[in-house]
Write a protein that binds this ligand. Structure first.
Ligand code: ADP
Ligand code: DP6
Ligand code: CO
Length: 350
């Protein structure tokens, strides 16, 4: 039996992906940009096995529970593409074991809430693609692998890189240029921290996939957003290159608010933020106002949980404001990492 295990971290977008122009290939309506958190915190760990003696058909377990792998579904498509790449290598080198012919057994675990708006589909599908790539000893680059991860879950293509990552929307109809690339490595701006505040670990009511589809079909505000995003991509990339937190924070908060406005403009409307989320927004806005500069930037994905970006020197200030929402937990933070201790009581983070 052949086996490979890989972990992939989550990434949290500063410029949000929300909308597909092609739902089958997962081609987005706009480019997006995110920060990949470090491996020590929110991550998916996936083990893939291939063996000649396995019964026919691929099988996958997520957090110990079996998920159906449909051949033409997202998992099935990722597996098929990677298997084809393996087949190419086997055809080139006849001495390689014929792993491409063997059924797969895949087990994945998330060490944080799944489907709760904390980007589990991003780390999950990135870990799946990375583990199969390792199992099959594929020669493809992370950008090439991102083309496959993208078809599992759009945001997953960005988790194949660390640091600051862009997903270029691309213009080719077949999706061959809709891929992720590094904007800057993590080491470029090590003072940048991300604080994850788990407001709720419940599964979200509207999945990202169905929510964004509804937005594309019904929101007129989305068309306005799509005109603004390209400029923001340029500006935030420059802010990252210049290590300009003022600009980085300003754009990050604006884009989060723009994304949630578009959700509200969807019919029926989608509400991902709750009262705690809104209080966190108000507190960070007040902190920035009273500091006379942006010291912290909030962003929310498709759920009520806040991610707050701040420079290391300002973390104590931010924690002073945020702890009141999590009075029972002991917050702290790690370089470029997360306040995993803000996770719900009893949640195993290891
Ligand atoms: P999230 O906000 O957590 O990304 P989504 O609605 O985008 O929520 O996606 C959640 C779905 O992603 C899960 O229901 C599951 O199908 C898939 N997923 C999450 N984690 C994994 C994983 N580790 N391996 C494979 N698939 C995963
Ligand atoms: C709000 O990547 O989860 O987190 O491609 O349908 O799987 P699918 O959606 P997904 O959407 C993520 C949306 C977001 C913004 C972002 O991560 O860019
Ligand atoms: Co997701």
């Amino acid at each position: 039996m052949y086996e490979a295990t890989v972990s992939a971290p989550v990434n949290i977008a500063c410029i949000k992906y929300w909308g597909k122009r092609n739902t089958k290939l997962i081609l987005p309506t706009n480019s997006s940009l995110s920060v990949t958190l470090d491996q020590d915190h929110l991550r998916s760990t996936t083990t893939s096995r291939a063996d000649e003696s396995f019964e026919k058909g691929d099988r996958l377990w997520l957090n110990g529970k079996e998920e159906t792998v449909k051949e033409d579904g997202r998992l099935g498509v990722c597996i098929k593409e990677l298997r084809n790449w393996r087949k190419v290598e086997e055809d080139k080198d006849g001495s390689l074991p014929k792993l491409s012919k063997w059924p797969l057994r895949i087990a994945s675990y998330n060490n944080f809430p799944t489907a709760a708006g904390l980007a589990s589909s991003a780390s999950g599908l990135a870990a799946l693609v990375a583990s199969l790539s390792k199992l099959y000893s594929l020669p493809q680059t992370p950008s090439q692998l991102s083309l496959i991860a993208r078809q599992g879950s759009g945001s997953a293509c960005r988790s194949l890189f660390g640091g600051f990552v862009a997903w270029r929307e691309g213009s080719n109809e077949d999706g061959s240029d809709s891929l992720a690339e590094e904007v800057a490595p993590q080491g470029h701006w090590p003072e940048m921290h991300a604080l994850i505040c788990v407001v709720s670990d419940a599964k979200k009511g509207t999945s990202s996939t169905s929510g964004m589809q509804r937005t594309v079909e019904t929101s007129t505000l989305l068309q306005h957003r799509l005109k603004i995003v390209p400029g923001r991509m340029e500006e935030i990339s420059k802010a990252i290159k210049d290590r300009d937190f003022q600009k980085f924070g300003e754009i990050t908060m604006k884009d989060s608010n723009s994304f949630h406005s578009v959700c509200l403009d969807t019919s029926p409307p989608i509400f991902y933020l709750n009262d705690v989320s809104k209080s966190i927004i108000a507190s960070i806005e007040e902190l920035n106002r009273s500091s006379g500069e942006i010291v912290a930037a909030y962003t929310f994905d498709a759920g009520p949980n806040a991610v707050i970006y701040a420079l290391e020197k300002n973390i104590p200030k931010v924690l002073g404001v945020i702890t009141k929402f999590f009075p029972t937990s002991e917050e702290n933070s790690d370089p470029f990492g997360t306040a995993a201790e803000a996770l719900p009581e009893g949640y195993n983070t290891n």
